[in-house]
Design a binder for this molecule. Structure first.
Ligand SMILES: C[S@@+](CC[C@H](N)C(=O)[O-])C[C@H]1O[C@@H](n2cnc3c(N)ncnc32)[C@H](O)[C@@H]1O
Length: 252
């Protein structure tokens, strides 16, 4: 119910590119978020999704996040997980476009699950270094076995794995696991030192619950954040010091 009301409110308050005066954000919206080109790599994303949908494998799940709200049993079929816990078709294409548009060299993902997001980042720039963290060991192992590309799969709770990361900075951090207020704010604050001027933080499910929206508002008002773009499902955070502090709600 919270999500429906939040969406109605979002529809009233959101805009398209008109009224966006910042050239940086105008270009991001028109050339990336609204890019309607049919990239051949979308087929590769769809093929991977189909493999997962057709899989008859079931995994014994260790759930450290909020996934249990959606799927109750500990034994979960990959074919069900891809429908409930993975980035949607639209979202994974969007992640691909964003990674391609900004040409990220170094990406961190919190919450690998079946790797739909990981794959979108990997396809966008084949030379990029991608690190992805997953708390469920069986899910992490399964997803790792599906990938040929050199991706760093780290297993464990975000709280214990994040302090072991050797990278000083990331171009992009995708926060897509443990969707609650306290955890989201904690991961945001812990990872802030890994941001440089051009880094983008992407938060999934900012309207998943009242708490997640509160976490999003906390992030927006943080002194180190300049511009944010809220597309309802995803929230984009920019740290560019040359931008004035401004928050956009954009219908994608
Ligand atoms: C929504 S799924 C990730 C979807 C994936 N990023 C994609 O694009 O398809 C969230 C994942 O985060 C993992 N997770 C949740 N809380 C965690 C935590 N505290 N530590 C490690 N992993 C966690 C869950 O096991 C789950 O697989």
């Amino acid at each position: 119910m919270y999500q429906i009301l939040a969406y109605i409110k979002f529809l009233f308050n959101s805009t398209n590119q008109h009224g966006v005066h910042s050239p940086f954000i105008y270009n991001f919206v028109t050339k990336c978020l609204y890019d309607k080109k049919k990239y051949p790599k979308y087929d590769e994303l769809n093929n991977y999704r189909k493999i997962l949908k057709d899989s008859n494998i079931a995994l014994e799940i260790t759930d450290l996040g909020e996934g249990s709200k959606v799927l109750s049993s500990n034994q979960r079929r990959v074919s069900d997980m891809v429908k409930t816990s993975s980035s949607s078709k639209k979202e994974s294409k969007l992640l691909f476009r964003i990674a391609q548009y900004f040409n990220f060299n170094n990406v961190l993902e919190l919450g690998t699950s079946l790797g739909m997001g990981t794959y979108a980042f990997a396809l966008a720039n084949t030379d990029s270094k991608i690190t992805t963290i997953e708390g469920c060991p069986n899910t992490s192992d399964y997803t790792k076995s599906q990938f040929i590309k050199n991706i760093t799969f780290l297993k464990g709770d975000f709280t214990t794995v994040i302090p072991t990361l050797i990278e000083d900075k990331f171009d992009c951090i995708y926060f897509d696991g443990h969707h609650n207020k306290k955890a989201t704010i904690e991961y945001f604050e812990t990872l802030l030192p890994k941001a440089h001027n051009e880094t983008i933080f992407i938060f999934d499910d900012i309207y998943w619950s009242k708490g997640m929206t509160e976490a999003w508002n906390h992030i927006k008002s943080h002194r180190s954040v300049t511009v944010t773009v809220d597309s309802f499902h995803l929230g984009f955070v920019f740290f560019r010091k040359e931008q004035v502090k401004e928050h956009f709600k954009i219908r994608v």
